[in-house]
Structures are given as C-alpha cells and as structure tokens.
Design a protein around this ligand. Structure first.
Ligand code: C2O
Ligand code: CU
Ligand code: CU
Length: 547
C-alpha cells in the first residue's frame, strides 16, 4: 500500500506542531492584556491579522439572530439575499428574513416550548431550490426538509409540526441535496431554542439570562461566497477566519459568577477542540452540562471538548474566583485533524485521481488561503473580560435532567462502515440516491448502530434525522480522543445524554442505541449522513425507511 497523504504537511509532524503552538502564543499575547488594577481600560488590543477586537454580538428581541417566541403564531422565513446587518457583523450573502409585530429579523432564533406547534412558511426568494431542515427534531418526512419536497424559486412551503423533543439548542438549515453546503455556507441557518421544564429550572436555579449570563455562540469559519474545488469536495471547505455570531475577534465583559455558553459548530467542515485558558496560558476546566439532545443527567468537569460540525455543547464557566481585570479565553486548541489518513493501494485505478487530488489540495490551499487556518490549528474564539465583582451563591443542581434510557437487551446490531472509494465518501460502500432506502427499520424497534470509520479516512460527524440516540461506547479511539474519555466505555463528557450527531474518528468505532418509536402514521424516510457538508453533498448519506 502506498500511503498518499493528501495534505503535504500534516500537522502531526513535531515541527508543524511547534509552529501551531507558536501561533497560539502570539495570538494570546496580542489579545489578552490583563490589568489587575482595573482602574483604566487597557488600550484596544488587536487579534489575528491586526483586526480590532470587537464586542460579542448577542441575539436580542429583533434583528440579527433575534429571539422570536415562535410557538405563538405562524411565521414566514424568506430565504434570500442578506439585508441590513448590525455594524461589525460579517455574514454571508444569504439569510432568512422574518417579521413579527413590526420587528424584523435576520436568521431568527426560534424559541419554543416543548409541546408547542411550530408553523413556518418558507418563502423561497433564492435563484435555486431550497428547503428548511429542523436539525435534531422529530418530525415526519413531509416536515423534515430533506430531499422531498424541494421548494422551487418563487414558491412557498408550509412546515407545521408539534415540537416533541427535549429542551435543547437545535438549529435549522436548508437541505437540497447537492446544494446544502453552498446554501449553509452562504448564510442560511438559524437556531431553535426548545425549552422544557429542565431548561427552565436550570435558568431559574442559576439565574441565567439569555444574552447576559447565558451566551449563545454560533461558530462559523467563513463569511465568503461559496466555492468548492474537487479537493475541497474531498476534505471540506474551510474558512480563514472565525466568527462568533458574525463577530470577528469577539470579546465580552463578564462578572464574577457562573456563565452558560451554548456553543453551536455551524462550520461546513471544521472540527473544533474547545478549551478555556487564563491570560497566562493556564488551562481552566469547565463543566459540560448539555449537548445536541439537551441537558446531561449531571454536570461533568472536563478540560477540553471536541465539537464536530452540527454538534452543540452547553458549558458552564465558573468565574467566581476571577479577579477584576482577568481575561479568560475560550479557544480551539491544536489537535491532529487526521485528514491525512487516506491511503490508496498502488494498483487502484483511483490512485491517479488521488494523486491529482493531492496536487489540487495543495493548490487550493495556496489559492484560497485555506492553509492560513488549517483544521486543527489553534485559535481564540472569545475573550471573557472580568469587569464586575458580584455576589453569586447559586449551585449547579446535582441532577439536570433524566433522559430515558434505551433498553438494548434485544436490539439488533447494524454495522455502518464509513470510508472513501472512487471519488466519494461512502456509507457501507454506497453513495446516496434519492429514491433508495438501503436502511430498512421496523417501527418501534430498538437498534444498535455500529459506526466504524476506516483507519484510512477522515473524521465524520454522523447525523440521523428524526431520532436522537444514546452513545453506548467508543472503541479504538485515537489517543487525542481517548485522553478525554471519562468512563470504561471510553465515552466523552459530550457523549452523555442524547445526541443527534456524533463525530467518528479514523480507526474508531462508535456504538449508538436508537429507539425507532415513530409518532406518525405510515412509513417515513429520513437521511443518515455525514455533516461535513461537502461530504453530505458528495453523497455520504443513506436513506432510512422506518415502517
Ligand atoms: Cu443538519 Cu441532514 O442535517
Ligand atoms: Cu438533521
Ligand atoms: Cu464526512
């Protein structure tokens, strides 16, 4: 086997590592300038390529990402060119516009109580077909937004369904096969904040206020127009800059109390390794309290957490012991992106293609500046500047939620292999076809899906529509993943509770339990796919029929 590395300089070489860490250190120096005294604000620091540090944008009751009580009446989401944005916000050329009681919204955050009805009309003002998929929600096929029916330019489609899922931060985005990556990349996405008794209790217990002590952080790595070279179709499209809610070099003032950070990885392809550090570079541990599927049973202390595309993480940061003038930085740390794992046998006719891809990746990185922020290279996400001393004596509740356990005693195990062949990433060697459902599931059955990623592969963020799952165990995880495991089954803190997307690393096997209780009459179909959106568009997706 000739091992062909698609990236010429994989970041696993020690020299590259040092370089990456050097970048991190320089950035830290430029960005974090603590003033213990706190009597005079330090000169405005700069970050990245000399950009000014900007105040983190938080969704309000209108405007960009604004929160709409969506359960209280029908809404129209108009997909079209991005309208007016607040100063300093960088967003792609497309957005969902909406209106409620005279207020206008761009990519609104839909706030609903579990059990409420959501009625949303998609108005397609794009020049291409589109749809809205409610990522993480249990809806029937007609409301799922995947594949059929697509909404043609100039047409409307009405989604109407009951929100049946646990309280959690979900999101919505288009899902027209082959066009998904471009439309999401160009700016079509929004949040869906589902509240239930547990999330409401948490806010009350910890005195959390959205936009104040509870911060939503939508992470994106581009605000450019979408382009996809053949090499990028293999690896994914990676942006040069990091935007938090459209803010570059974000910082925000905080007080000495607990903060809740609700993080969404809305990048097309980029995995992140979240961590916190002080100005002097010391790691600050934090509590994971929730993920894609809502609150965990209990908080879990950790020092870092991977976040794949489409995954969400709910964190608590304890700033009670911080001094006025301290700066705590939320960052993505250096890790091995494991992109260089694609091996092609010498006698494989695809070897020539793979070799071309090698050249193309190198060229793409040079031409589009992709290599200015390779995946796995560290970067600061958000600086929390401690400005105010407050008294705060709330305690994190011992029990946050009680997710129903899935009984797998009689479950059938279904193997699903993730790999690359003949120009496509595949599941069980297959590429997506709209009218095929290679995965046939019996209604009300319980299954264990064994997601096996080949050693010669890339990380894949696997997502199933319509059902959440329980991560049972990880096997043969790479060291950088194993190092964060918290139990005998090698699970990560973020694996606990329920999830709808799980990152599977090269060489790794992940077992997940699924209960196919279907609250809808008649057979339903849903896709199971990789949420690296370039992989998804390339066909790393299979139809699942539940009947
Ligand atoms: Cu967010 Cu089919 O995906
Ligand atoms: Cu989804
Ligand atoms: Cu993938």
């Amino acid at each position: 086997m000739a091992r062909m590395l698609l990236h010429r300089a994989a970041p696993r070489s020690p020299a590259r590592r040092r370089l990456l860490q050097g970048v991190s250190g320089a950035c830290a120096l430029a960005l974090v300038r603590p003033s213990r005294s706190g009597e005079s604000a330090p000169a405005e620091p700069v970050c990245g390529n000399g950009s000014r540090v900007q105040t983190l944008y938080q969704p309000g009751t209108s405007g960009y990402l604004g929160r709409i009580e969506a359960g209280s009446g029908a809404l129209v989401l108009r997909a079209g060119p991005t309208g007016a944005l607040p100063a300093g916000i960088e967003h792609g050329r497309l957005a969902f516009a909406s209106e409620r009681n005279g207020a206008t919204f761009v990519n609104p955050t839909l706030v609903v109580r579990r059990g409420e009805l959501l009625r949303v009309t998609l108005d397609n003002a794009l020049d291409a077909a589109t749809s809205v998929h409610w990522h993480g929600l249990t809806v029937d096929t007609a409301n799922d937004g995947a594949g059929m029916p697509l909404v043609e330019p100039g047409r409307r489609y009405e989604y109407a369904f009951e929100v049946r899922n646990r309280g959690a931060l979900y999101w919505y985005h288009p899902h027209p096969h082959g066009l998904t990556a471009g439309q999401v990349h160009d700016g079509l996405y929004g949040l869906l904040d589902v509240e239930d008794d547990d999330t409401i209790a948490l806010r009350r217990e910890l005195d959390l206020v959205p936009g104040g002590s509870e911060l939503v952080l939508v992470l994106r790595d581009s605000a450019q127009r979408y382009e996809r070279t053949p090499a990028q179709a293999i690896h994914g499209v990676y942006g040069d800059a990091l935007f938090v809610n459209g803010t570059r070099c974000a910082q925000t003032d905080v007080a000495t109390r607990l903060y809740r950070l609700r993080v969404v990885n809305a990048c097309n392809a980029r995995t992140l390794l979240l961590g916190l550090r002080t100005a002097s570079g010391a790691a600050v541990p934090f509590d994971v309290i929730g993920n894609d599927g809502g609150l965990l049973p209990a908080a879990v202390r950790t020092r870092a957490a991977f976040l794949g595309t489409a995954e969400r993480l709910d964190l608590l940061v304890d700033l009670r012991d911080a001094a006025i003038g301290d700066a705590i930085v939320l960052e993505t740390r250096a890790f091995d992106p494991m992109h260089a794992e694609i091996a092609v046998p010498k006698d494989d006719p695809d070897a020539a293609h793979a070799h071309q891809a090698t050249e193309a990746v190198a060229d793409a990185h040079a031409a589009h500046g992709v290599s200015s922020w390779p995946e796995g290279a560290p970067r600061d996400i958000l600086q929390l500047r401690v400005r105010t001393r407050v008294g705060y004596d709330r305690r994190v509740p011992a029990r946050l939620s009680t997710p129903e356990a899935i009984d797998v005693a009689n479950a059938q195990e279904r193997p699903l292999r993730l790999g690359y062949k003949s120009g496509h990433w595949r599941i069980n060697d297959r590429v997506f076809a709209m009218d095929e459902t290679p995965i046939e599931v019996t209604r009300d059955s319980t299954e264990v899906w064994l997601l096996r990623n080949y050693f010669t592969s890339m990380p894949h963020a696997m997502h199933l529509h319509g059902f959440s799952f329980e991560v049972l165990e990880r096997e043969t995880s790479p060291d950088q993943v194993k190092a964060l495991a918290i139990d005998a089954r090698s699970r990560l803190p973020s694996d606990l509770g329920r999830k709808d997307t799980v990152l599977v690393w090269p060489g790794e096997s992940v077992r997940v339990a699924l209960r196919f209780a279907l609250p809808f009459a008649g057979p339903q179909t849903y896709p199971f796919h990789c949420h690296n959106l370039e992989h998804e568009d390339g066909g790393m997706m299979l139809g699942v029929r539940v009947a």
